[in-house]
Design a protein around this ligand. Structure first.
Ligand SMILES: Nc1ncnc2c1ncn2[C@@H]1O[C@H](COP(=O)(O)OP(=O)(O)OP(=O)(O)O)[C@@H](O)[C@H]1O
Ligand SMILES: [Mg+2]
Length: 509
């Protein structure tokens, strides 16, 4: 079963009804028994629970685990809404609606449609990664909780939402052993490190010989799961003793200048900064450059797209596949086979680090432009192919690329590249009309038109298109939506909402 972004899901069905979109985990959850219990109790007592904590501590992992436990008890299931690819709060409600099996064919504000949809349902929404949108999240959460008595919300955020009634559980790093005494038993941090190390170095285990170093490493990294995953990936090249010694050196030289901060989030935990910075240092120059450039992707991407956006004279296209594999081996990228082929993704914290480097390299604007150009080319290709035999393949492809199409639109709008924004929003007519995103299409077309790019031959048609998208409920044709985010709704030819007579075709120009 494939869900949002084409990732494998543990989707369950009850009476033919989908009960969620939680991704299947590929590794087991280590420890966290007390947190799971506390979280279950909090979710029973309170309708809004926020998991707070520093980057990489395990908030998302814990939220998904408790949601998977609660899912069978909820009549309408548990739904994960990933907010990290979203840079603009105005699309928050669209993103939530998009994660749910909700078909919206009205002209009403999406938040009202959501409120109505959830009103009589018993649902858990997991809003993952709220810290960059806390104000908008707080408003949406308040509105939805007021409208839907059976709704529960579990948020993960490096900052709390500050909504009345919010219960906050701060996630601490995994426990580390205080002494080297084997009798103290293996602390969870050691188990995590050992399991990840065994993935890098088959047969790795904690022995009397390496115990002191392994425990020292866990203590140095303060039990932070992401920091330990990065360190474990390095055991492929370095024995544990050397790895610990090198890390010690890095802690010793680390100053505040190394600290990557953004105004939007609290500074990173020092152990994490050190582990990431050090992991970065141990990458080959080409791997570092690719890491930085890949940070422009908001969602998942495939090797071909990485090549199209990131390759140049310094990073030859033919080297990209091997570099992607090297970054997967180092736990910088996650490799995800999906229904639509292999894709890659980067954890948020590592993306932030890469983005910091891209800025330092002075390449941010150039890469964003290349990213935008690539997605404009893709949109044009989709536009040309939409009425042909590959319509379903294009629908799947555009759903998988949706986060980055949004990112490209946001960048062109923010950079006052009105004309490119218009071209992109216009070329995506088939996504807005044919794949079930009329309101989002209207939103972007109107913003692009308002950016006033000057005379543009297609703008009159786009104005009409934006109006038509706003009035989609007037044309409820059968089979209007085939797929939303990879889930089959109706496998027939995609019809447009542009009006009667528009079946699987573009709007009149
Ligand atoms: N208890 C655990 N057992 C196994 N793996 C874990 C555990 N906790 C975290 N991890 C792994 O550590 C990494 C970081 O965890 P996660 O993404 O949940 O952190 P986070 O707090 O959500 O970070 P961010 O603030 O950047 O979103 C992930 O690869 C996750 O799978
Ligand atoms: Mg997270």
């Amino acid at each position: 079963m494939y869900g949002a972004h084409g990732a494998m899901t543990t989707e369950r069905l009850r009476g033919g009804k989908r009960l969620g979109n939680l991704p299947a985990e590929t590794t087991r959850l280590i420890g966290r028994r007390a947190e799971l219990k506390a979280l279950r109790e909090l979710c029973e007592r309170s309708r809004l629970v926020t998991l707070a904590g520093v980057g990489g501590v395990g908030k998302t992992r814990l939220a998904r685990a408790v949601a998977a436990e609660l899912q069978p008890r909820l009549r309408d299931g548990a739904w994960l809404v990933e907010l990290s690819p979203l840079s603009e709060g105005a699309l928050l409600a669209h993103t939530i609606a998009d994660a749910l099996p909700l078909v919206d064919q009205t002209t009403r504000p999406v938040i009202d449609v959501l409120a109505d949809y959830l009103a009589d349902r018993e649902t858990l929404l997991v809003l993952d990664t709220c810290e960059h949108l806390t104000d908008v999240c707080a408003m949406a959460v308040e509105a939805l909780l007021r409208a839907a008595p059976g709704l529960r919300i579990l948020a993960t955020s490096r900052r709390v939402l500050s909504v009345t009634g919010e219960q906050v559980l701060t996630v601490d790093p995994l426990p580390v052993p205080v002494t080297d005494d084997p009798a103290a038993g293996e602390a969870d941090a050691v188990t995590l490190l050992a399991e990840r190390a065994a993935e890098s170095v088959p047969g790795f285990s904690v022995t009397d010989d390496n115990r002191a170093d392994v425990l020292g490493l866990c203590r140095r990294l303060e039990g932070l799961p992401l920091a330990m995953e990065l360190a474990a990936a390095r055991l492929r090249e370095l024995p544990v003793q050397e790895l610990t010694a090198r890390l010690e050196d890095r802690f010793a030289v680390l100053g505040d200048t190394e600290c990557i901060r953004t105004d939007a989030v609290p500074p990173w935990h020092q152990a994490l900064r050190t582990a990431i910075g050090w992991s970065h240092e141990l990458c080959a120059p080409a791997e570092r450059l690719l890491w930085a450039r890949l940070s422009v992707f908001a969602g998942t991407f495939d090797a071909e797209t990485a090549r199209a956006v990131c390759a140049d004279g310094r990073l030859p296209a033919e080297e990209i596949p091997a570099l992607l594999s090297a970054l997967v081996d180092k736990s910088i990228l996650i490799w995800a086979p999906t229904g639509g082929g292999e894709r890659y993704r980067m954890l948020d914290t590592l993306r932030e680090y890469g983005a910091g480097w891209l800025r330092r390299l002075g390449e941010e604007d150039a890469l964003r432009r290349r990213h935008g150009d690539h997605y404009l080319r893709l949109a044009r290709a989709g536009d040309a192919a939409w009425t042909g035999p590959d319509q379903f393949a294009w629908s799947d492809r555009m759903n998988a690329e949706h986060d980055d199409l949004r990112a490209a639109l946001e960048f062109t709008l923010a950079e006052s590249e009105g004309r490119t924004a218009l071209e992109l929003a216009g070329a995506l007519w088939f996504l807005w009309h044919g794949c079930g995103f009329p309101k989002e299409g209207k939103h972007y077309l109107e913003r692009a038109l308002a950016a006033d790019p000057g005379p543009y031959p297609g703008s009159a048609r786009m104005r009409l298109d934006a109006d038509a998208l706003g009035g989609c409920d007037r044309y409820r044709g059968p089979g209007r939506r085939v797929r939303r985010r990879g889930r089959a709704v109706r496998r027939s030819r995609i019809a447009l909402c542009g009006g009667p007579g528009h079946v699987a075709g573009r709007p009149a120009r």
